[in-house]
Design a protein around this ligand. Structure first.
Ligand code: NAI
Length: 354
């Protein structure tokens, strides 16, 4: 009998890539049930009779959902994403669940999108696109800055932060990075990336552009808040392609209103779970903070799409099914977060240094 896998928050592209990898590489591994809605306390009963579930960034995997999953027979949780801030790993450990993620599918895809967002915001391409389509070729209001020679501050130099560092170096920017546990020494960072590892206050004070690439933990939640925003170089641009709650949105709005923050480009948003990945164009959006953000000409919001390339989807589907096979065949799975009743990857909770 083959394994049954329930996939939540499934979009057409998830089906296409998972089905293709299943057919080509794991033809006898499992049968898949796709659910277009997200995993939550209401939808969790639909996982009954499945041994494994597959979830994405905005699915709920808190203690009650994990306990229900376990009680209905689910034993493995496959995250088809890198971040795992939405999973209560302690409870998963207590229940003996297996949890695995896709740690790195395409850091370059996210880093390239970060640059796309930054330059769209900086050079007002989003506004130019609309203006030109109406036959208006006026440049008023589109003045940007040349990146060459500017200081870019990267918060978190893991896989994506380093991929961005490589691109930024090509632009001829001065590069600063802050990371409490960088995977390389100051010398290596200087030699290989031409950048300097500094503390957060220095990065905030000296950067013209700041980009967030640290994971969401209790230590990084609201790493960008009123206090830190007040230490920015006036008019600095901020890009967040990491996780929404790294930025206190209300504080960012205040800083945008005073001009302390010169522009904000978001691929992720604090309360994105209610809206992102679905079409709400025929409804009233009740999130006034999100709607206020959209009124600024110097704010750009995308719906968590930095990962969204063909290469990344192929990798995500491949690694997700390999994780399932490793678990099913009792092989050691290098992408496990919790295995054999033990948390393998600890969340790194670092104090926010101001
Ligand atoms: P990674 O684990 O390779 O690197 C994260 C780095 O952040 C590590 O070096 C860590 O030491 C550092 N860090 C931790 N706490 C910090 C702090 N307080 N200040 C500065 N740095 C800190 O992770 P990776 O692959 O680079 O991904 C980063 C994040 O990007 C993920 O956690 C995820 O939330 C987000 N992401 C967003 C995607 C999107 O589509 N928008 C797609 C994939 C990931």
């Amino acid at each position: 009998m083959s394994l049954k896998l329930a996939v939540f928050s499934a979009k057409s592209y998830d089906r296409v890539y998972l089905d293709a990898v299943l057919k080509d590489d794991y033809p006898n591994l499992c049968t898949i049930t796709y659910h277009s809605f997200s995993l939550s306390a209401e939808t969790v009963p639909l996982a009954a009779d499945h041994s494994a579930i597959c979830a994405f960034v905005n699915d709920t995997l808190d203690a009650p959902v994990l306990r229900t999953l376990h009680s209905t027979g689910v034993r493995a949780i496959l995250l088809r994403c890198a971040g795992f801030n939405n999973v209560d790993l302690r409870v998963a450990e207590e229940l003996g669940l297996f949890v695995a993620h896709v740690p790195s599918y395409s850091p370059e895809a996210v880093a390239e999108f970060t640059i796309a967002l930054l330059q769209t915001l900086n050079r007002n391409i989003h506004r130019a696109y609309n203006r030109v389509r109406e036959g208006n070729f006026n440049l008023e209001g589109f003045l940007g800055i040349t990146l060459h020679g500017k200081t870019v501050g990267i918060i978190g130099v893991g896989r994506i932060g380093l991929a961005l560092a490589r691109i930024v170096r090509g632009f001829g920017c001065r590069l600063l990075a802050s990371d409490p546990q960088p995977g390389l020494s100051e010398d290596e960072f200087r030699r290989e990336y031409g950048g300097e590892l500094v503390d957060l206050p220095t990065l905030l004070a000296e950067s013209d552009i700041i980009s967030l690439h640290c994971p969401l933990t209790e230590g990084t939640r609201h790493i960008i808040s009123r206090e830190n925003l007040s230490h920015l170089k006036r008019g600095a641009l901020l890009v967040n392609t990491s996780r929404g709650p790294l930025v206190n949105t209300k504080d960012a709005i205040e800083a945008l209103k005073t001009g302390q923050l010169g522009g904000l480009a978001l691929d992720v948003y604090e309360e994105e779970g209610a809206y992102f990945y679905n079409d709400h164009s025929q409804e009233i959006i009740h999130d006034d903070t999100l709607m206020r953000l959209m009124t600024f000409p110097n704010v750009l919001v995308c719906g968590h799409q930095a990962f969204f390339t063909r290469e990344a989807l192929t990798e995500i589907a491949g690694v997700t099914l390999r994780n399932l096979e490793d678990w099913w065949c009792k092989r050691v799975c290098g992408n496990a977060l919790v295995r054999g009743g033990e948390v393998v990857v600890e969340e790194r909770v670092e104090p926010v240094r101001i």
